[in-house]
Write a protein that binds this ligand. Sequence first.
Ligand SMILES: Nc1nc2c(ncn2[C@@H]2O[C@H](COP(=O)(O)OP(=O)(O)OP(=O)(O)O)[C@@H](O)[C@H]2O)c(=O)[nH]1
Length: 370
Amino acid sequence: MFFSLLLIHTTILEVPDMRRVPVIILSGFLGSGKTTLLLRLLKQANDRRLKTAVLMNELGQSDVDSGLIHADWPGASLENLLDGCMCCSKKSEVAGCIRRLIEQQPDVIFIELTGVANPEEVVEVLTDPSLLNRVELRHIITVLDSEWVLEYDSLFNTDLALKHTLRRQMEVADTILINKTDLASSSQLAKITKSIARQNDKAAVHYTRHSDMDLNPVFSSLQPAANSLPAVSRGLKVSVSVRKRPESSAHTHEHSPGPGKEQEHTAAAGTGSFTRVKTVTLAVPEHTLITVKQADQFIQKWRDGLLRAKGYIAGSERKEPCKLVQFAGKRIYWSDTDYHGPSYLVFIGIDLDRQQIEQDWNRLLNVITA
Ligand SMILES: Nc1nc2c(ncn2[C@@H]2O[C@H](COP(=O)(O)OP(=O)(O)OP(=O)(O)O)[C@@H](O)[C@H]2O)c(=O)[nH]1
């Protein structure tokens, strides 16, 4: 039974011949050096004949960084999405942007976040039933402004949400650049290093000027598609711009889920994923009916290690659309949807033990089908 369930799991979730597009997320506070890094990544990708796609999420109405990228990448397609936030109101549109990028069959998608975005939110944004098994998160790279990073706590001492976001930017990264070392003293750099060690001792740390680091570890697992076009002018850029609020620190993230905000993210089952933010996709075989209560209990059981969980669970009547379940802020929310596809759950967490979770899930399915 165990093996047959695994087989069904594969049948439902694996889309044959569909290549998962690696995704690399760039995060870091405003002005830390993300775009500078992005330009280096694009150059390196071009040298390696990789077809690139870029999703920008800008604060402000005008997309200044487009100009920078366009100057180096004149062939890049540019698209601006104004008045929204990748973390909040524009979530569903961002998924559409990523779908459009995937249609261009890039070898890699770079996503540059706003300075006040929590990368966890973007892992969620990457999740959509239509993106299931089509993208694979490879890296979360966080760039720190070494001149200012130690001041953030006192600068934003009244903005708990922002402080939390900035902390998460550091905690969830697999690669951290301590950038602008030319502007920081050696004692500042030592303090930053200590602080990173306290918050995230697993990340690879690089001390950089102008985000200049050895990018080989980032690119080591990226391959051009066999039928790639010549590298020159192959970039594609979709830009999401967000109107600036009066106070740059006043960007608040509304994480409360709601109908129509369904997302899904591929299991990071592929090789070469270095991110500490792991996703585990748990399929429900076609003829197995898991109840809302059972799914709820399963999430509760694993809640301590989870940042998020999402999924669709079919109603008891097959013709009914699925219920959407979201676990956020340690709370579980259920809502109605129009989704009629296969049921599944996705867990998102740092260093999740995929094997254990999958085994536990299969045990539950065994009980249901016994
Ligand atoms: N002195 C110095 N300046 C740097 C360094 N890295 C980047 N800069 C400059 O800092 C400014 C901001 O860099 P960006 O790469 O645009 O930073 P960003 O994180 O994309 O900024 P936002 O898009 O506003 O969030 C630019 O003028 C860069 O040239 C560095 O290591 N040292």
